[in-house]
Design a protein around this ligand. Structure first.
Ligand code: UTP
Length: 226
């Protein structure tokens, strides 16, 4: 697997503060793998959560809450861009601009685009538009569970799911801007129509990330066509 889109969860980059230790280790893995083409889409993490929750005191207009979340994703993406040596002049704000950068330099780093979804959907659209087939969702949970494993200790982890199965699990946990879903539902529709391989893995296990990115057997959940 030498071409992939990484959906880097804000919970890894920015759990409470910006985790530069994680970012540095992650950069080492990427340097070693030296992928042919790489897109990195960064989530909003704690910054998004703090700002969105504060604004929620004054409005329940999800469009504006999403707009604020998007700004947080772009701030985190800027940190990643810095860690990669500022190899691109700006954070693209839409898929067409991101694709242009990817086609030119085989690398693009970005955050969110428009309200109504999360950076998961941005990752799938970037994969679909670029023809890259593998999306790796790096998050704080080690796969997709039947229920929230932090709240329900009997929750079962799936090693494989179809898009429809994953869609139904995702839809159950939707609650507007800042929802706590493993992947947002729209992203799974894009994944299905583009027949993407979506790998959901934990960012806490660096060895496992390396295995997944090298196409080896890894711990996590694969969402794909049967
Ligand atoms: P994230 O992609 O980080 O979503 O965007 P998330 O699921 O809350 O967080 P993690 O990173 O997976 O833990 C943060 C928020 O920004 C808005 C949404 O409100 C989202 O919840 N957003 C993000 C958009 O509206 N559009 C985008 O393209 C990206």
């Amino acid at each position: 697997m030498k071409q992939f889109i990484l959906s880097l969860g804000g919970s890894m980059v920015n759990p409470e503060e910006i985790d530069t230790e994680f970012i540095d280790s992650f950069m080492e893995i990427l340097k070693e793998l030296n992928p042919e083409r790489l897109g990195i889409v960064v989530g909003g993490g704690m910054t998004a959560r703090k700002y969105v929750n504060s604004l929620k005191k004054y409005t329940n207009n999800n469009f504006f809450l999403d707009e604020l979340g998007i700004r947080a994703t772009r701030m985190n993406a800027s940190i990643l861009l810095g860690a990669m040596g500022l190899k691109q002049e700006r954070i693209p704000e839409n898929i067409v601009d991101a694709l242009e950068i990817l086609n030119r330099s085989n690398l693009v780093v970005m955050g969110g685009t428009v309200p109504g979804h999360t950076t998961d959907t941005v990752s799938m659209l970037l994969a679909e538009s670029s023809g890259i087939k593998d999306v790796i969702n790096i998050t704080s949970v080690d796969g997709v569970y039947s229920d929230d494993p932090r709240k329900n200790k009997d929750a079962e982890r799936y090693s494989k799911l179809t898009y429809d199965e994953a869609f139904n699990i995702s839809l159950k946990s939707y609650s507007g801007a800042g929802s706590n879903q493993f992947l947002d539902s729209v992203s799974l529709l894009i994944g299905k129509r583009a027949a993407l391989n979506i790998h959901v893995i934990s960012g806490k296990n660096l060895e496992n990330i390396e295995k997944c990115l090298s196409g080896k057997k890894y711990e996590g959940t694969l969402i794909s066509q049967i």
